[in-house]
Design a protein around this ligand. Structure first.
Ligand SMILES: Nc1ncnc2c1ncn2[C@@H]1O[C@H](COP(=O)(O)OP(=O)(O)OP(=O)(O)O)[C@@H](O)[C@H]1O
Ligand SMILES: [Mg+2]
Length: 236
């Protein structure tokens, strides 16, 4: 059973359609990647799924229910959380304040203490820096706070928009090893990345986006062995 099913969506800005006829399926508890190079339209798909921009055509189903016309805040409440591109957090607030501020919905509020413990268990470094202002953290630690903020909403689907960008390989390893643990609780993941090699190692199934259109999809193992994918993205 799919938790999220996107069918035939088209969206864009002004008069321009940026993404066209996109179909994406995320199984419950599944790990799915959306990969594509700079400017392919990945973030536009993310914003269409989380409700920041409207789909001009097509449907978005959540648990089999059409949510394409609901507000972004309603989708967060329903369990769709996004780790946005560029690590948006409150730089003047402490780590713990940033985390707590994300759990304002009724369901998330009730589970706040437990979720906070869970986030600190996933990222012990955040626990050590709980009282530190978020703006003074390293890039990797800020990414951990951003992921933590998304988790504080108690999501069922976590969308990560380019979590690896600008981070040292060692920090990327650290963050991705945590992502592997997240689905143990039944959470579904949509990993959005330019780094196709890293993505394919981290998910079960992937979609390849090129200039606003999906050009390939399949189990990550098959895509890794695909000669076209290898030539275009893996440099082999
Ligand atoms: N708010 C906006 N208004 C107008 N055009 C936009 C806007 N945001 C993005 N675009 C354009 O839409 C296209 C796709 O952008 P998008 O951010 O979805 O790509 P992306 O795959 O996420 O790229 P990146 O890897 O750089 O994050 C680009 O040509 C971009 O210039
Ligand atoms: Mg983007």
């Amino acid at each position: 059973m799919s938790v999220l099913s996107v069918a035939g969506i088209t969206a864009g800005y002004g008069r321009m359609d940026i993404i066209r006829d996109i179909d994406i399926d995320i199984p419950s508890g599944g790990r799915v990647a959306l990969v594509g190079s700079n400017g392919a339209g990945k973030s536009t798909i993310v914003k269409t799924i989380n409700g920041l921009i409207p789909a001009r055509r097509g449907t978005i189903s959540w648990d089999g229910r059409e949510i394409g016309r609901t507000k972004a805040s309603e989708r967060t409440r329903e369990g769709i959380a996004t780790v946005p591109e560029g690590r948006l957090l409150f730089p003047e607030c402490t780590v713990v304040e940033n985390l707590v501020a994300a759990s304002t919905f009724k369901r998330a509020k009730a589970l706040r203490e437990r979720t906070l413990e869970y986030v600190f268990d996933l990222f012990p470094r955040l626990s050590e820096r709980a009282g530190q202002r978020a703006g003074t953290l390293s890039g990797g630690e800020q990414q951990m706070v951003t992921i933590g903020r998304a988790l504080m909403t108690c999501p069922r689907l976590l969308i990560l928009d380019e979590p690896s960008i600008g981070l040292a390989p060692r920090v990327v390893e650290e963050i991705f090893s945590v992502l592997g643990r997240l689905t143990e609780t039944g959470l579904s993941l949509l990993l959005v990345e330019q780094n196709i090699q890293l993505s394919l190692r981290s998910v079960d199934y992937a979609y390849v986006l090129q200039r606003g259109e999906l050009v390939k999809q399949g189990p990550s193992g098959a895509l890794m062995d695909d000669p076209q994918v290898r030539a275009a993205y893996l440099g082999t």
